[in-house]
Design a protein around this ligand. Structure first.
Ligand SMILES: Cc1cc2nc3c(=O)[nH]c(=O)nc-3n(C[C@H](O)[C@H](O)[C@H](O)COP(=O)(O)O)c2cc1C
Ligand code: SF4
Length: 535
């Protein structure tokens, strides 16, 4: 029996003519939705997925109002109020010199020309020896023409081979230095050509070791290197003993590799490096390493030793290089699909291991993260990019989406709740540590209302800069449009279809297949659709 659902109607409409798009299916819908231009874009794309979606029969049990259906600012505010969310939003956007989003940020040594930041996003599209491909270059050039004046790392770049999250991740080796330098150069040139100057454009590189999520050799073969055992995650990687644990000596060698990669980044012209501590990768896992023995686990001092030693090494070897940290400010236990495909916490999870968690598994305690911010201040780190959780084990808190990635679960909450959680947590940290320059993340799900919330957040000082992830894959120059007061191009607004996540989970390069004409035309689009319909 088909369940009543607006989602069903939306999908059903894709295979029926306008005349038939109706009665037979409309009558099954609890809350029929209007098919507008934005939906049509998605519908056109989702056409290939109809079979799969019907096959499930248990279409999303939780159907939340789509953002595109909130046509006025009042409707958007009403939905926030319905959800009890305290999220500021400005009805009117200011432009040019008046725009809060157009104001510069003065750092100790650098200036950032405005309040938009491009968040790091890998494309799974480098060469097997870790150099950028044409697809990588295209993405970085798009970052350059975005209008954002802060480029937070471009994408995660491994410091050595065994730390790659996939066999196509970039690696900052000596042999790759020149090509990773050229990536930056091309981004800056694209920016300069479009906006006339790049003096106030700050470009950093994100350095990483993927730890538990390493897949350096084959897309399908996990080769985890872990900081500590984890009862909920170990079974997902086939870990049954301590053989995958990195020893203290291993970590010391890795610290040297981070420092060497940072020195190369400086030589390649990057103004700062991000010593990545988020999303369940190694640095982040160490922050929650309460069960780890030895010098790098247990106490706060030990759990932050890895970071402190990398920072000390960079200060000594590359004193002119600035350091930033991207950190998951809070974490929930891993989630999995429940019987109705809606996400539920893993029953075997140990909430003590979640950095910034309150011990319940799905709550926040900022004591440890706030201590970490104080540590950053004492280490002279100015730039912090806040994020949350992990895209692998609790994506709904990290990148809220209406349509989850294919290996995920249906959202257990209106994705707006996830957006507000990240924004409010970032705001609390900013209020506690006003001297840090804090970039927020997780805004894309706001879609049409992103600029309104972004302006209000910056205007009221709840964050210094607005980080953009998925939105710039579908709509690269959104920052330029917003600051100059152009009407947003609705057909480019990311509707969180999650294909940029689903594709790489299945070994296909990442990109915005639904909305970016370039990816739409690629054969991989069909491959992805087939794959989803055969799932
Ligand atoms: C395809 C894709 C690749 C990503 N790669 C990275 C990465 O390399 N490093 C990182 O810190 N975050 C990465 N992220 C997370 C984003 O930077 C961002 O935190 C997330 O998408 C939420 O922001 P949004 O709502 O604007 O998309 C990635 C996200 C996506 C969708
Ligand atoms: S950017 Fe990613 S999430 Fe957004 S519409 Fe494109 S594929 Fe979907």
């Amino acid at each position: 029996m088909l369940r009543k659902s607006p989602f069903l109607f939306q999908i059903a409409s894709t295979r029926t003519s306008k005349r038939d798009r109706d009665r037979s299916l409309l009558k099954h819908c609890a809350h029929p939705i209007a098919i507008d231009q934005d939906s049509a874009v998605g519908i056109e794309y989702l056409g290939g997925l109809v079979v799969e979606l019907f096959a499930f029969r248990d279409e999303p049990p939780m159907a939340y109002p789509r953002i595109a259906s909130l046509k006025t600012h009042d409707q958007f505010l009403s939905r926030l109020a319905e959800l009890g969310l305290d999220l500021p939003s400005d009805e009117n956007l200011q432009i040019g010199d008046e725009s809060p989003l157009g104001q510069p940020i003065q750092l100790k040594r650098d200036v950032i020309g405005n309040r938009f930041c491009i968040l790091p996003m890998e494309g799974w599209d480098g060469t097997t020896d870790g150099k950028p491909s044409e697809l990588t270059r295209r993405r970085w050039k798009n970052f350059g023409i975005s209008g954002a004046k802060l480029i937070w790392g471009g994408e995660a770049v491994a410091v050595r081979h065994d730390g790659r999250a996939n066999p196509n991740q970039l690696i900052m080796t000596e042999a790759n230095l020149a090509s990773i330098e050229s990536l930056r150069h091309e981004l800056v040139t694209a920016h300069q050509e479009r906006f006339g100057n790049s003096d106030d454009l700050l470009v950093g590189l994100q350095l990483t070791h993927s730890g538990r999520f390493a897949r350096p050799n084959e897309k399908t073969r996990a080769e985890p290197l872990i900081a500590q055992r984890n009862p909920a995650l170990d079974p997902r990687f086939g870990i049954t003993d301590d053989s995958k644990l990195l020893s203290d000596d291993d970590l010391k060698r890795l610290i040297d590799d981070f420092v060497a990669a940072a020195v190369r980044s400086q030589r390649a012209g990057y103004r700062f490096v991000d010593v990545k501590h988020c999303h369940g990768y190694l640095g982040h896992e160490l922050l929650g390493g309460h069960d780890r023995e030895g010098e790098f686990g247990g106490s706060f001092e030990n759990r932050t030793r890895f970071l402190r030693e990398i920072v000390a090494g960079i200060r000594s070897e590359a004193p002119q290089l600035e350091i930033g940290v991207r950190v998951s400010l809070f974490d929930f236990v891993p989630y999995k699909a429940g019987d109705d495909r809606v996400g539920i916490p893993e029953p075997d999870a140990d909430p003590r291991l979640m950095f910034g968690g309150d011990g319940s598994g799905s709550g926040i305690d900022l004591s440890d993260p706030s201590r970490l911010m104080s540590l950053f201040e004492s280490l002279g780190i100015e730039l912090v990019c806040s994020t949350a959780g992990s895209p692998y084990y609790n994506p709904h808190i990290q990148r809220p989406a209406y349509f989850p990635p294919s290996d995920g679960y249906q959202p257990p909450e209106d994705p707006l709740v996830g957006v507000a959680r990240q924004i409010q947590t970032t705001a609390k940290i900013k209020q506690m540590h006003p001297n840090l320059t804090i970039i927020g993340s997780g805004y894309t799900y706001l879609q049409d209302w992103l600029p309104n919330v972004a302006q209000a957040i910056v205007r009221t000082g709840l964050a210094d800069s607005i980080g953009l992830g998925r939105m710039v894959l579908s709509y690269p120059d959104l920052p330029a449009d917003v600051i100059s007061g152009n009407v947003m191009t609705r057909k480019k607004i990311c509707r969180t279809f999650s294909d940029c996540t689903t594709a790489p989970r299945n070994g296909i390069v990442s990109g915005c297949y639904p909305l970016d004409p370039f990816y739409k035309a690629m054969p991989e689009r069909k491959q992805l659709a087939d794959l989803k319909s055969n799932a």
